[in-house]
Every structure is written in C-alpha cells, then in structure tokens.
Design a protein around this ligand. Structure first.
Ligand SMILES: Cc1cc2nc3c(=O)[nH]c(=O)nc-3n(C[C@H](O)[C@H](O)[C@H](O)COP(=O)(O)OP(=O)(O)OC[C@H]3O[C@@H](n4cnc5c(N)ncnc54)[C@H](O)[C@@H]3O)c2cc1C
Length: 449
C-alpha cells in the first residue's frame, strides 16, 4: 500500500471535483484528486463515432444562457460552442396521430391546451415560493413533500392529453417517473434551474448551447494545470477521520490529509465505509436520493436531411420508449439526431438487444421522416444505469418526504469531510453548472476553515 501525505483530498473528477480543485490550486493548497474511472468527467463523457468520426456527448451536453459559472470557463478557455438547431416545425405524436407544431407546447385540443397552460402557470408560481437554500423551511413544505408529482397531476389536471404532455416533460427533465418525486422536489428543481420553461426550452433554455469538441474536452482543459494531481483508477472505499486528519483508502493507496471533499452523488457515497460511522441522518439521506435513469440514442447521418423538409428534428411522442428528440448537428456538419429514453422506459429498453434498440430507433425515425432516416452512418446508445461509478442520471432525486427530514444535512460538513456534487447545488442543481457551484462552495469551506 503506497502512502501519500497532502493537505486536501478530493474524491471524484467530475465537474464538481475539478471545480473544487481549481479553487485549491489557485490558493496554492496541496491536494490530490482520486478518481475511480480511468478518465475525467464522470457523468460527462465525449465519444467518437466509429464510422462518421463525429464527437458526441453520451452524457451531459447542453448549457443554458443563465448557467453563468460554466460560461465563465467557456469564455476563459475560449472553447468553441454552437447553438442547438431550433428552427422549423416540431412533431407531436399522440394516440397514433402525427401532428406538427411550432414553439415549446405541442398542438392539442383547446381544452387540453388550457389545462396544460393553467397547470404550468400554477407550478411556476409555486416554484417561486421555494427558498432554494432551505426548501424544507417554507410554509407548505411538509404538505408539498408528501404529494408525489403523479398525484398532483391526477388531482390538478383534467385532460389526458395535458397530463400526458406533463409526464413526458417531467420524465425528460428528471429521468424518472412522476411517482418517484414529490411536488416539493419538482418545485425546488424548477426554481433552481430558473423555471420550468428554462428547463424544457432550447432557445433561452437549458438545451440552448453545445460544445464543438464535447463537454469532456472543456473539463480536460480546465484541469490541465493540475492534471498531475489527479490519480485515476482509484476507487475510494474507506474514509476515516480522527479530529485532526482524514485517511482515505483505495485498494492500493492510503492518502493522509487535513480535509476531504467528496464530489460524488449521495447515492454513491453508500459504497464508502466511513469511520467513525456518519451521523445516522446523513447515511439515511444517502438512501433517499436514488439516481434517475436515462438513455441517449444517437443516429448520425451524412446531412441533417430533415431540415430540408422543414423539420426541426424535435419530436414529442406519447409512445414509449422514444418520447423526445433533438437535432444536435454541428453547423454545416453531419446530421445528428438524439432520442432520449427515460425512467422506466430506459430501464426496460436497455434490456433489449442492441440490434433491436437500433431497429426501433431507426424505424421510429422512418415513420416521421421517411426512408432517408434508415440511411445512417452510426447508431450509438448509452444507458447510465449501467455505469458503476454513476449509478444512473441525470442526478440523484430526493424521494417523497425526504427534503423535509434530510434536506438540512445535505451540505453540512461532518468533521473534516465536506460535500460537493451537483445534488448539493442551490442553483442549477442536477446540471454541470450546479456541479461547478458545489465544488467552489466545498473548496471555500475548506479554505475558510
Ligand atoms: C445522459 C446525461 C445527460 C445529461 N445532460 C445534461 C446536460 O445536457 N446539461 C447539464 O448541465 N447536465 C446534464 N447532465 C447532468 C450532468 O452530467 C451532471 O449534473 C454533472 O456532470 C455532475 O457532476 P458531478 O461532478 O457532480 O458528478 P459526477 O460527474 O458523477 O462525478 C463524480 C465522479 O466521482 C467518481 N467516483 C464515483 N465513485 C467513486 C469512488 N468511490 N472513488 C473515487 N471516485 C469515484 C466518478 O467516476 C465520477 O467521475 C446529464 C447527465 C447524463 C448522464
């Protein structure tokens, strides 16, 4: 067992861990970053497609205009970005009928449209009441945390079409079923990411901008000045602390330091043995933030041929498993269509053989765009529930009833252990921007103490 002495240990080289490292590096602190995988990025992963050579982000890919921290990095390192294609007509496939529409809300009958509009306005108003620093502290917290979003939709929305659209939107944003999260968690998350429109939107929304070379490339550039401090393929399996120092162990390393920043999703912390054991409320919290399930299915074409037919490439369908798609083609480049499969559908779809999944995606696209949709260069899909060191995505969601009991301990340091990771963010929780904010906050806690 090799022994290392340092001042601060960071566990996890995702956006949160690297953000924490930048602050420690700027302050001339000695630190070591231990990462389980053999690469940087965590839930961010850029891959090269075999036939077309296109770079695609199988993990996080978009940034929105109000995600100021990640934009600071983009500007500082002059990383090239492009805007997600958001022109032309969108497709809405509901109850076997294919319709087209413009804007964010699919064309449905006027009563359903009114139903959806009223529900969205009510949710937006309620979300503004959430105190982002302490969602558990607001007047209705207990009541709202006790209602699942599924119950809220059933009790407050009248039409099937509007309910269906709400479920699809929710699954796309949270990567889980409406029955898995509370109204309070939904409202917190919406407010954390500005509002529901921003979470769902392309232009001016969270799906506005992509990276030419992928989101993992930006992180590698940020980490370059201290890349010698990152040790890969080191799965942290135990952390002990004795008041003065912490000892972090992997299979072949023992690192001694004054402080540790754990930059992992709470659910993954359950795999680490803490000594002394963590306060019971903290270890119970780890059990109450399960990861969502999302799968990205990319099809790469010679050109974005659907644009010539006037289509945006954005599809909303009530037919599982392929509910939502986007055009992620680079300007003047190949055509890249992305379908999301989320929650229950992702867990089911990944259990089908690859050939069957590919056939399903291609035949679905053929239905909307004709036979040209079959002439593809690459098909790539990835389901994050299969990733041992992520456990799912996009983030860990608080289960119903958990914010009010466990929210207060989410970010609080325990002795010399500090907590980062996008799940602990106040703004843009669940996103790369939130991960950066959480890393900065944890590093500042360490520097102040
Ligand atoms: C399919 C998908 C699509 C997404 N889309 C977007 C998007 O478009 N825009 C956006 O902003 N966000 C998106 N997200 C969410 C975004 O990826 C996350 O919010 C963000 O990357 C989380 O960063 P993090 O550093 O908090 O956690 P992580 O990225 O999970 O980093 C944690 C790190 O810890 C490592 N680790 C785990 N266990 C151990 C251990 N025991 N010892 C050592 N290391 C360990 C992991 O390998 C990982 O590198 C998406 C995520 C996915 C998967």
């Amino acid at each position: 067992m090799n022994k290392i002495e340092t001042e601060v240990i960071i566990v996890g080289a995702g956006y949160a861990g690297i953000a924490a490292a930048t602050k420690l590096f700027e302050s001339n602190k000695n630190f070591i970053l231990l990462e389980a995988r053999d690469r940087i990025g965590g839930r961010v992963n850029t891959q090269k497609a075999e036939n077309s050579g296109e770079t695609i982000d199988v993990g996080a890919q978009w940034i929105g205009p109000t995600q100021y921290l990640i934009w600071e990095w983009v500007k500082k390192y002059q990383v090239e970005t492009f805007d997600c294609y958001d022109e032309g007509i969108n497709i809405y496939h509901y109850k076997g009928k294919i319709k087209t529409y413009k804007g964010t809300i699919p064309k449905m009958n006027p009563i359903a449209l009114l139903d959806l509009g009223i529900a969205m306005e009510r949710l937006k108003k309620m979300s503004k009441k959430i105190n982002l620093n302490a969602p558990w502290s607001i007047a209705n917290a207990e009541k709202w945390d006790g209602i699942t979003m599924d119950s809220w939709i059933r009790n407050n929305m009248l039409t099937k079409a509007a309910r269906s659209a709400m479920h699809i939107g929710l699954e796309t944003v949270f990567a889980c079923q409406a029955s898995e999260i509370s109204l309070l968690h939904f409202l917190f998350y919406c407010h954390s990411g500005d509002d529901l429109d921003a979470l769902l939107g392309v232009t001016n929304g969270a799906q506005q901008t992509l990276f030419m070379k992928g989101s993992q490339n930006l992180l590698s550039i940020v980490a370059k000045p201290f890349q010698d401090k990152i040790i890969f393929s080191q799965v942290v399996n135990s952390i002990s602390q004795n008041g003065e120092k912490v000892i972090v162990k992997t299979d072949n390393l023992e690192v001694h330091a004054k402080k540790v920043i754990i930059a992992l999703a709470p659910a993954l912390c359950q795999k680490i043995k803490f000594s002394p054991t963590l306060p019971q409320r903290k270890s119970q919290l780890f059990q109450r933030m399960p990861m969502g399930a999302a799968m990205k299915c990319f099809v790469i074409y010679e050109r974005p041929f659907w644009r010539n037919k006037g289509y945006s490439g954005q599809i909303v369908s009530d037919k599982p498993p392929l509910h939502v798609s986007f055009d992620c083609s680079k300007p003047d480049g190949r055509g890249i269509l992305l379908f999301f499969v989320e929650g229950k559908n992702a867990r089911d779809f990944i259990e089908r053989p690859l050939e069957e999944r590919k056939e399903k995606v291609l035949s679905t696209l053929q239905l909307y765009f004709g036979n040209e949709a079959l002439k593809h260069l690459d098909y790539i899909d990835k389901c994050w529930t299969e990733e041992e060191y992520s456990g799912g995505c996009y983030a860990g969601n608080f289960t119903p009833g958990s914010w009010i009991q466990f929210g207060e301990i989410l970010r609080s340091p325990i002795g010399n252990i500090h907590w980062a990771g996008t799940e602990t963010a106040i703004k843009w929780c669940g996103y790369m921007d939130g991960a950066i904010a959480s890393g900065y906050r944890a590093a500042e806690e360490v520097l102040k103490s």
